[in-house]
Design a protein around this ligand. Structure first.
Ligand code: GFB
Length: 310
């Protein structure tokens, strides 16, 4: 990518897209194109085609998606499958037809089978049944991966698919009905501390294990892979380390300075027991994460508190 190339970041108002724009700006890219939802509805095929014909970006980061935590995924699967299929189908096809030089599609670690061996190697894709709490979202993402791969095979289109682990950071969604676990715990534990509550409720048993990557590291890896990776096979982006939800709650409580009790609501789902990515392929290319979990949680907590005081 040249600094003056036209680069379209789809989904720039989201956690991932926002971080990619910040990363590109910091590196001195001068021609970054973004569109808000009000300006361009990515589920509207005609509007997406017209946008690509007018703008003709050279590179596309496809970070636009309908995303959410375990509750949102399990209670609104129709929205997750429909919106993600429409957005990615429109963007990938329009990018190909308008002559985009390269497209990077973001998947998710939930595409792997629920009971796959750990850590999850890229080759485990489509070797077993999915986790039911997010199977609709996962099927949409798998369709995106297959579309990128098929356009490469049939048309020679230069698309790559990257699979990030669970992400967090500034700009995350802190709505308790739709958020992922990390922002949810930051909010719940902060509010319990402020209100002097004796305990905080964490969903599930606390035993599932998750790997967390700071979104600035993800953005760094995505920009790196746009240049360094060129293959039809997917590539994982993670830290290679995970923690249990119980350990995560204790860490967040420590960062926030909350000394109350953590109680578990086992009527809520645990989801997949573990999804730790094998990151040897990415490390082999020379990339590794920079933000440690405690440090990343502290920075995200600071950002969250600052939002409320603005
Ligand atoms: O982050 P999370 O919602 O999604 O939940 P997944 C991870 C774990 O944290 C689950 C537990 O075991 C939850 O039960 N948890 C505990 C909580 N307390 C809370 C809470 O207050 N809020 C939330 N949200 N969880 C998602 C998928 O799976 O991960 C998506 O549904 C996507 O498709 C995303 O892949 C990265 O890690 O289980």
């Amino acid at each position: 990518m040249d600094k003056s190339n036209c680069i379209y970041v789809a989904g720039h108002r989201g956690l991932v897209g926002g971080a990619i724009v910040r990363r590109l700006e910091r590196e001195g890219f001068t021609n970054i194109v973004t569109r808000t939802h009000a300006e361009l509805d990515l589920t509207d095929q005609a509007a997406v085609y017209a946008f690509f014909e007018d703008t003709r970006p050279a590179y596309v980061f496809l970070a636009a998606a309908k995303v959410g935590g375990i509750l949102a995924n399990s209670t609104r699967p129709a929205e997750f499958i429909r919106e993600n299929l429409l957005i990615q189908t429109n963007l990938i096809d329009a990018a190909y037809h308008s002559g985009v030089s390269k497209l990077l599609f973001l998947g998710s670690s939930c595409i792997y089978p629920k009971m796959a061996p750990q850590p999850l190697k890229e080759e485990y894709l489509l070797t077993g049944a999915l986790e039911p709490t997010n199977d609709a979202y996962a099927v949409a993402k798998i369709a995106g991966i297959m579309m990128v791969k098929s356009y490469r095979r049939q048309y020679g289109f230069d698309g790559i698919s990257v699979m990030p682990t669970n992400l967090y950071g500034p700009g995350d969604n802190f709505d308790l009905t739709s958020s992922h676990v990390l922002p949810a715990l930051i909010r719940k534990i902060h509010e319990a501390k402020v209100a002097g509550e004796p305990s905080v409720t964490v969903w599930g048993t606390g035993t599932p294990r998750r790997e967390f990557l700071h979104v600035d590291d993800l953005a760094d890896a995505a920009v790196f892979l746009m240049s360094a990776y060129d293959d039809e096979e997917i590539i994982n982006i993670g830290t290679g380390e995970d923690v249990s939800i119980g350990e995560l709650a204790a860490l967040v409580a420590d960062v926030v300075g909350y000394e109350g009790e953590i109680v578990y609501d086992t009527s809520k789902p645990d989801g997949t027991p573990r999804k730790l990515l094998d990151v040897s392929k990415l490390r082999g290319l020379g990339w590794s994460p920079k933000v440690g979990l405690r440090e990343g949680i502290a920075a995200t907590y600071e950002w969250y508190v600052a939002q409320g005081t603005r």
